[in-house]
Design a protein around this ligand. Structure first.
Ligand SMILES: Nc1nc2c(ncn2[C@@H]2O[C@H](COP(=O)(O)OP(=O)(O)OP(=O)(O)O)[C@@H](O)[C@H]2O)c(=O)[nH]1
Ligand SMILES: [Mg+2]
Ligand SMILES: [Zn+2]
Length: 292
């Protein structure tokens, strides 16, 4: 039989078939020996168990794409959620997630949630991502503001909500789809020292599509690449490619740089470029140390 992995906890996988039946499975030893670990979102072949015994997951079908954070395969869209208030927005994480999504050919959207806490910051964040090609939504999960547009953009797709702990991913999912996922205040998260959402779980939605609730995270390291290539992952730079005095130009400190000119007169948001420079410096160091 074939199905999709909805969740995997403690070596037990829940798999949903086309006909809507759920099975509990363990991965066959053969898979484990090959170090093939099923991921949430995987399409798999399996042997169902007898009665109430678990069945065996036999093969993972080829993945269309796969993310590390959140760990999920075969998604169509990722909603990168950031808060306009608390926790303090980590835009470097948003930038890294945008690059990651593009590298994995997953269409990203940016969701600026908690607009009620600081509408000025929300607008500022939205402006910074206006030129990235990703649609930007400003939402308040508490009041429901902005949710209809977001629901339309995600309709019928397999999508994940990712971002820092406490930005409101589970709250958004509850409000978007009338669900009852556990949420937790920031002080509770700090006291318990952990995320409210503990596991990635794919939830089938009425009318088609699925949504993935994921535990928040704050660290995401980009794949190692030659730092000179990093510029190709910044859509705002595309129209400047070839217009700089030196070729190739990494748009950091070269004289006669068309990107820097655009930053200077506000056509490219300065903070986006500042974070690009930090990413570039980081990648340059990792590239130098790659054989150490
Ligand atoms: N003011 C305000 N609070 C919100 C909004 N959305 C969520 N919250 C609150 O923010 C807190 C965290 O929300 P969660 O949905 O648990 O956050 P999460 O991103 O799922 O967090 P993890 O599961 O730990 O990764 C809760 O107390 C929510 O009620 C919003 O739009 N405005
Ligand atoms: Mg959550
Ligand atoms: Zn340049």
């Amino acid at each position: 039989m074939e199905g999709s992995v909805l969740s995997g906890v403690g070596g037990f996988y829940t798999v949903l078939t086309e006909t809507g039946d759920r099975y509990t499975l363990r991965a066959q030893g053969k898979l484990r020996r090959q170090r093939l670990t099923p991921m949430v979102g995987d399409r798999v072949r399996f042997q169902p168990g007898e009665g109430d015994q678990h069945g065996w997951l036999e093969a993972i079908l080829p993945r269309r794409n796969q993310l590390i954070r959140p760990p999920v395969a075969n998604i169509d869209r990722i909603a990168i959620v950031v808060s306009a208030g608390t926790p303090e927005p980590d835009l470097m994480l948003v930038d890294r997630m945008l690059i990651f999504a593009k590298m994995n050919e997953i269409k990203p959207v940016v969701v600026v949630n908690k607009c009620d806490e600081d509408s000025g910051t929300a607008e500022e964040i939205a402006l910074q991502y206006a030129g990235t090609g990703a649609e930007v939504f400003r939402t308040c999960a508490e009041t429901g503001d902005g949710l209809e547009q977001l629901r339309q953009a995600l309709r019928g797709t397999i999508h994940a909500l990712g971002g820092q702990s406490g930005v409101g991913k589970s709250t958004l999912i509850n409000k978007l789809y009338g669900l009852d996922r556990e949420t937790g205040s920031l002080s509770e998260k700090i006291e318990r020292g952990k995320n409210t959402t503990r596991h990635c779980e794919l939830i089938p939605l009425e009318g088609g599509g699925m949504v993935l609730d994921t535990p928040g995270f704050s660290l995401l390291e980009l794949n190692l690449m030659d730092p000179v290539e990093l510029r190709h992952w910044m859509p705002e730079f595309d129209e400047h490619e070839g217009n700089c005095r030196f070729q190739p130009c990494v748009h950091v400190s070269e004289p006669g740089c068309s990107v820097r000119a655009a930053v200077a007169d506000g056509r490219i948001p300065e903070q986006r470029w500042e974070r690009y420079k930090a990413l570039h410096a980081d990648m340059t160091q990792r590239w130098r140390e790659r054989y150490d």
